[in-house]
Design a protein around this ligand. Structure first.
Ligand code: DQA
Length: 145
């Protein structure tokens, strides 16, 4: 099984940015955790982070052409603004889980809309790095061929 884990803007700043919200672990720590899990679960995984909306759209489109089975996406701030990412997810029509480290439902009003979430079959929020593990294991259980 092949999964794309796609992370949006400022997630490369984990461990530096707003530690009271996002914790002290770094983006490399997150990547290591995902790679270890996927090795153990025999999942082929690509973990990609970009600060650029168009790059995230390109990566979603690429997932279709390289036979990716499912996507885990944390679009970060683009969650709340990007119709382009929503349209890309709808275009490829791959099973997708949305993950947020923080519990966005308890945060500012402007975070209450998720465009990407409209194309996702499940949303996991407020569980930190464990949210990615839960998303990957959910997709494996449901879609592994
Ligand atoms: C986030 C929540 C978003 O509102 C925010 O813009 C982020 C991170 C999260 O993982 O909690 O950058 O997606």
């Amino acid at each position: 099984m092949r999964i794309l884990v796609l992370n949006g803007p400022n997630l490369n700043m984990l461990g530096i940015r707003e530690k009271h919200i996002y914790g002290t672990q770094t983006y490399d720590d997150l990547t290591d955790e995902i790679l270890d899990l996927c090795e153990k679960e025999q999942i082929t995984v690509e973990v990609i982070q970009s600060n650029h909306e168009g790059e995230l759209v390109d990566q979603i489109q690429q997932a279709y052409f390289n036979d990716t089975d499912a996507i885990v996406i944390n679009p970060a701030a683009y969650t709340h603004t990007s119709v382009a990412i929503l349209d890309a997810l709808k275009a490829v029509n791959l099973p997708t889980v949305e993950v947020h480290l923080s519990d966005v439902s308890q945060r500012e009003d402007f975070r209450q809309i998720s465009y990407a979430g409209m194309a996702c079959e499940k949303t996991i929020m407020g569980k930190g790095f464990a949210g990615y593990t839960e998303a990957i294991l959910y997709l494996k259980a449901k879609y592994q061929k």
